[in-house]
Design a protein around this ligand. Structure first.
Ligand code: UTP
Length: 296
């Protein structure tokens, strides 16, 4: 029997060095795209896939991330007094049921694999989703929902994948591809950050996964991989052949918000989706592109 998918782990304990100094005292996952922090996009996406329990893997200086899911009574009272009903409604939409969020600490950023292993008591014997909040996906059907559907189809691990330029394979986890129906791809192997000449394909993992709990035993070996970190990709690779394992070419566009250019692109793409902002944004973009405003 395929167990229902109700849990998600959101690792947010990284240092965010690519965004210093912005991330010196603030978590990268609290940076907003338009007017919503990255963490809230991830939680909303997970809820839309039927996730009910959330585990944030946090570290030093990440308290704002947890507080973001508290009820801000004073703020709500002030908004009510001032008649700001729309703002109040939006704030309330992000209330999670009592007990839905738990946190565990990763005392040292030893890698994504280590962060997930820190959530082992939360995961227990259940399947779970992982969302890396710095990957943002703009899609008609939320990416995690697409993965959840594929999990129910296959009963095994499913990871979201996308084509990347071959020259960029050394930035990502890359798939060795078996049977491929254009949507679901059988995963034959996984390699973390291979050089372009050694990469088995140009199909890359993005920050969305649905995994079986067996991955925890593999992570517990604490083997260091690329960059000296405990890599999730290496632990997943050891499950191949033991459980069904597929990549899903998800529908939608992914933005790597851990990267400055990707983050800027996400701002523009999400602003252009907003009817209240799109005309003004389109107009100023034209002045930059057509008239060379701001060109060096
Ligand atoms: P990144 O590889 O983007 O690392 O982590 P980072 O530290 O956040 O950012 P840079 O590279 O220094 O700029 C991918 C995801 O894994 C989490 C991060 O918080 C992010 O969501 N992570 C990474 C951890 O929780 N713990 C770790 O030890 C490493």
């Amino acid at each position: 029997m395929i167990k229902p998918l109700r849990k998600a782990v959101l690792p947010v304990a990284g240092l965010g060095t690519r965004f210093l100094p912005a991330t010196k005292a603030t978590a990268k996952e609290m940076l907003p795209v338009v007017d919503k922090p990255l963490i809230e996009y991830a939680v909303d996406e997970a809820r839309a896939a039927g996730i009910e329990q959330f585990c944030l893997v946090t570290g030093r200086g990440k308290t704002a991330l947890v507080e973001h899911f508290d009820i801000a009574y004073e703020l709500e009272a002030t908004l009510r007094e001032r008649g700001k009903h729309r703002e109040l409604k939006e704030l309330r939409a992000n209330h999670l049921p009592p007990g839905a969020v738990t946190t565990v600490r990763q005392q040292e950023p030893l890698g994504l694999g280590h962060a997930i292993w820190c959530a082992r008591a939360f995961i227990g014997e259940d399947p779970f989703a992982i969302l890396l909040p710095d990957d943002l996906v703009l899609a008609d059907t939320p990416c995690t929902k697409q993965l959840a559907d594929a999990y129910h189809e296959t009963g095994g691990c499913v990871i979201a994948v996308t084509e990347v330029p071959r020259a960029h394979t050394s930035r990502y986890g890359i798939l060795d591809v078996g049977r491929d129906d254009g949507r679901l791809v059988e995963v034959r192997g996984l390699v973390e950050k291979p050089k372009p000449e050694a990469a088995p394909s140009n199909l890359s993992i993005i920050g969305r996964y649905v995994l079986l709990p067996q991955v925890i035993a593999e992570l517990a070996r604490m083997e260091r991989g690329a960059g000296g970190e405990v890599q999730l990709t290496d632990a997943m690779a050891r499950l191949i052949g033991h459980v069904p394992f597929h990549g899903l070419r998800f529908e939608g566009r992914r933005f790597d918000c851990g990267d400055k250019v990707g983050f800027l692109e996400a701002q523009i793409a999400f602003a252009l989706k907003r009817p209240d902002m799109a005309p003004a944004v389109r107009a100023f973009l034209k002045t930059y592109v057509n008239d060379g405003v701001g060109a060096a």
